[in-house]
Design a protein around this ligand. Structure first.
Ligand code: FRU
Length: 478
């Protein structure tokens, strides 16, 4: 191990024991201590799922980026491994930024952005971002090969390579900014070392963002999906409410051709906190996505506890008949379930019923009969801070959080899906909630910060009656 990696390990070993666990996830992946952002290098290699992530081991604030590392046999039980990359070369002197992983024969290759300033870091004019390669045979220790793609002339923001193989070639999409236009650029290679510039792959139309981060490109059903995280899209009504978004464009592509798409950017998740998702394929060919369950410039109160940032549950994607991307938790998460506690009540009339106390790690199931539910608002609450409910007047499904002590208040919502039944799977962890709607129709992910005694679950109906076909919860255990 290099001295920077050893130093990171020593720091983390000590910092880990100082963490305040009150909001530290019970079944989601977070760094042992310190800061985490984007998931990186998601890959199945040598019998393990590997997750790397943007990591600052030395504090719970963003800083010179390292690549943290964990692995799992089943996507739900994670084992932390030693930090994989530290910013120590001339190409990545100021940070090992986001990137991806591919398996080339018996070798695991990480392709990531080397972030560096030539001169003072106070101006973008001095910023250079280049694409770098590191390889490993054991999946744990990496040999660094330095830069494989230099910054194109005139660019400064040029980052987050996602590599895939198609036919005989490797392809890479990279996010970039040209003046105030977000772009994705395409490269190709036969060996991962020498890359050929294939030009602009996709570009923002008016209002679609000044920078496109973390592009990913894959096939889903009969479509091609360009997933990315644009910066600079203005909020419009209920849409694009977060500081930055993540979503996708659907289209067609073949090697050597232009990517054609319908120009319709659709957000992938509708909660307060979901960014920089990355996808990978399982050995049985499922397309899985994991995102960062946070948002830039959010207060992230867990910083005071010695850590910051966590990842979403792994989610399986599919293409709906309506040509929208559907997203549901991977089947493996059911392995976390303990016993099921059904709710004895079937109908709520202007009432709130207590369901569970001190719910730290639970999956709540709620199957509402929309036809016969007349209440103005009905849903579930966690303490006084979180409500997930149907607003019958606006016909929307709402996630509302109220943690004014941390300046975290407000709602996110989606139109109520058509149909007589609304089925919700709600995953609660110590500081997160993920609401999956109708087996993949939509998802809302939000960080929550309940105080002691604020974790009781109740179901409620205000001004009228609400009926469920099924309701209850599983406690989740690792
Ligand atoms: C996205 C991002 C990436 C970058 C990384 C830096 O959240 O800004 O574009 O590589 O985070 O940590």
């Amino acid at each position: 191990m290099t001295s920077l990696l050893e130093q990171a390990e020593r720091t983390l070993e000590k910092a880990q024991s100082d963490i305040n666990p009150r909001w530290y996830p019970r079944y989601h992946l977070a760094a042992r201590a310190g800061w985490m952002n984007d998931p990186n290098g998601l890959v199945w290699f040598d019998g393990w799922y590997h997750v790397f992530y943007q990591h600052h081991p030395y504090s719970s604030e963003w800083g010179p980026m390292h690549w943290g590392h964990a692995r799992s046999k089943d996507l739900v039980h994670w084992e932390h491994l030693t930090v994989a990359l530290a910013p120590e070369g001339p190409a990545d002197a100021d940070g090992c930024f986001s990137g991806s992983a591919v398996v080339d024969g018996d070798m695991l290759a990480l392709i990531y952005t080397g972030h560096k300033f030539h001169g003072s870091p106070d101006t973008d004019a001095n910023l250079y971002q280049v694409q770098c390669l590191a390889t490993s045979r054991d999946g744990i220790h990496f040999e660094r090969h330095g830069m494989v793609i230099d910054t194109p002339p005139g660019l400064h923001h040029f980052r987050d390579p996602k590599v895939w193989q198609e036919g005989e070639s490797w392809y890479m999409v990279v996010g970039s900014r040209v003046e105030d236009t977000g772009q994705v650029r395409l490269y190709s290679s036969s060996d991962l070392y020498k890359w050929q510039d294939e030009g602009i792959f996709a570009e923002a139309d008016e209002g679609m963002g000044y920078m496109w981060e973390c592009p990913d490109f894959f096939t889903l059903g009969e479509k091609r999906v360009l997933m990315f995280s644009p910066q600079g899209i203005a909020a419009e009504g209920y849409l694009h409410r977060n500081l930055f978004q993540s979503g996708y464009l659907l289209g067609e592509w073949q090697p050597g051709q232009q990517f054609t798409h319908d120009g319709h950017f659709i957000e992938l998740d509708h909660g307060h906190d979901f960014y920089a998702p990355q996808s990978f394929l399982t050995p049985d060919n499922r397309r899985i996505v994991i995102g960062w369950l946070d948002m830039w410039e959010s207060p992230m109160p867990e910083k005071q506890d010695g850590w910051a940032g966590m990842l979403s549950l792994p989610r399986e994607l599919s293409l709906g008949d309506d040509h929208r991307v559907k997203m549901k938790p991977v089947d493996e998460v059911t392995a976390l379930r303990g016993s099921y506690f059904p709710t004895p009540v079937r109908c709520l009339k202007n009432q709130k019923v207590f369901v569970a106390s001190n719910a730290e790690a639970v999956e709540v199931q709620l199957v509402w009969d929309l036809n016969t539910s007349t209440a103005e608002e009905f849903g579930m609450a966690l303490g006084d801070g979180l409500r997930i409910y149907i607003d019958n007047q606006t016909q929307r499904l709402v996630v509302e959080r109220r943690y004014p002590e941390y300046l975290l208040e407000g709602t996110r919502s989606i139109p109520l899906p058509a149909g007589e039944v609304l089925s919700l799977r709600i995953f609660i962890d110590r500081s997160s909630v993920e609401v999956f709607v109708n087996d993949g129709d939509a998802c809302l992910s939000t960080r929550i910060y309940p105080q002691l005694g604020q974790r009781d679950i109740s179901f409620f109906a205000n001004h009228g009656a609400a009926l469920f076909k099924d309701a209850g919860y599983w406690s989740l255990n690792k």
